[in-house]
Design a protein around this ligand. Structure first.
Ligand code: ATP
Ligand code: MG
Length: 348
């Protein structure tokens, strides 16, 4: 973990009363996309943002990134305004659409993003190597991304969001278009990043991704947060008990029924659990790979890029040494706190 939150409270995203109304050409309110959203996302947690199409998830994310100005409400990201350049340096973003230059190769694309962060050439090369391997695109790194399948483009997008080794990662539908093997690898990667102290805001329609990964979540509808809490708070059923055992012989099943019956419990379901389709799929693909079956698509992803495993300090300091020549000393530390902003949010 790369240290305490700059706020000192371990909170990387806080927004209060966040509201966005899109207006038409005549400035009349047209769509109320987000209304009065309060969110608090802690350092090192993987937080799920759910909701049906048009419920306001992407609009919320764009405001957290400083890409859209809120109509009302207040936001602190890493203790600062989201529009602050110093905030953006520590944030990685995977948009819901892959916006890639068709004629650049995967390597050139990542190198381009590395240049935007003004990384030195050697660091760019090392990080691009590691990220291409991590997302399983090293074998196709010289092909133009315009030729890539949708899932392969998502992989490039994910690698791009990690090039600056961000403290906060905002992922808008990261597994959309990915095959189940890649989706599982991305989920493992997100879990790993979370366990290493990165904060992840995960926006997805894959409910199982949220169940597998997120400690807490919010469910939006009509621009508002309708339910929020931990998985246990939202999903545990306090009125049921389930017991799973190794396969029971018929006689034992009858005995169990008898015992429960004596306690007046006759509403009993005893069945053989099914494995998840995901685990069968992964096994089938693994067997095909082991048999050497040819594919022109993406390969299995590799291990997590080493620079993402390091403490923030070493990898960041190399970038910041060249990017921050004219920044104030406060900017050079991992994002410093705007205590007034945090206070004003907390006081409400
Ligand atoms: N630039 C825009 N101009 C006008 N309306 C917009 C704009 N962007 C989003 N909206 C509207 O705001 C509402 C919320 O959209 P948003 O993209 O945030 O939903 P979402 O929850 O991300 O949906 P999805 O699951 O389909 O990605 C929708 O009614 C949408 O049409
Ligand atoms: Mg969206």
């Amino acid at each position: 973990m790369s240290g305490d939150s700059p706020s000192g409270e371990g909170i990387d995203i806080k927004c209060v009363g966040l509201t966005k109304t899109f207006r038409d050409f005549w400035m009349r309110p047209r769509v109320r996309a987000v209304e009065g959203v309060d969110l608090e996302i802690r350092r090192g947690e993987v937080f799920g943002l759910l909701g049906p199409n048009g419920s306001g998830k992407s609009t919320t994310i764009k405001m957290l990134l400083g890409l859209l100005a809120p109509t009302r409400g207040r936001i602190a990201v890493l203790g600062r305004s989201p529009r602050d350049v110093a905030t953006k340096k520590h944030v990685g973003y995977l948009p819901e659409e892959s916006y890639l230059y068709r004629f650049l190769s995967a390597r050139e694309t990542l190198d381009y993003y590395g240049r935007l962060f003004r990384m030195p050439a050697r660091m760019r090369r090392q990080r691009v190597d590691k990220l291409l391997e991590m997302v399983g695109l090293d074998a196709v790194e010289h092909r133009p991304v315009g030729e890539f399948s949708k899932g392969m483009q998502r992989r490039v997008g994910l690698a791009q969001s990690l090039i600056n080794d961000p403290q906060l990662l905002i992922l808008d539908e990261p597994t959309s278009g990915m095959d189940p093997v890649a989706a599982r690898q991305i989920k493992n990667l997100i879990a790993e990043l979370g366990s290493r102290g990165k904060t992840v805001l995960l926006c997805t329609h894959q409910l199982s991704d949220v169940e597998d990964l997120c400690g807490r979540m919010a469910i939006m509808y009509g621009g508002r947060v309708q339910a929020a809490g931990t998985c246990d708070e939202l999903l545990a059923r306090s009125d049921r008990t389930s017991i799973e055992t190794p396969l029971l012989p018929v006689g034992v099943v009858d005995e169990v029924r008898g015992v429960l019956g004596r306690h007046g419990i006759d509403e009993i379901t005893i069945e053989q659990p099914r494995r998840r389709l995901e685990s069968l799929f992964l096994e089938v693909v693994e067997q095909a790979r082991a048999a050497g079956t040819h594919t022109s698509g993406a390969r299995s992803g590799g291990p997590m890029a080493a620079f993402l495993q390091e403490h923030a300090t070493e990898s960041e300091s190399a970038v910041e040494a060249i990017t921050d020549a004219d920044a104030s000393p406060r900017d050079k530390a991992a994002p410093a706190v705007d205590t007034n902003l945090i206070d004003s949010l907390t006081r409400r």
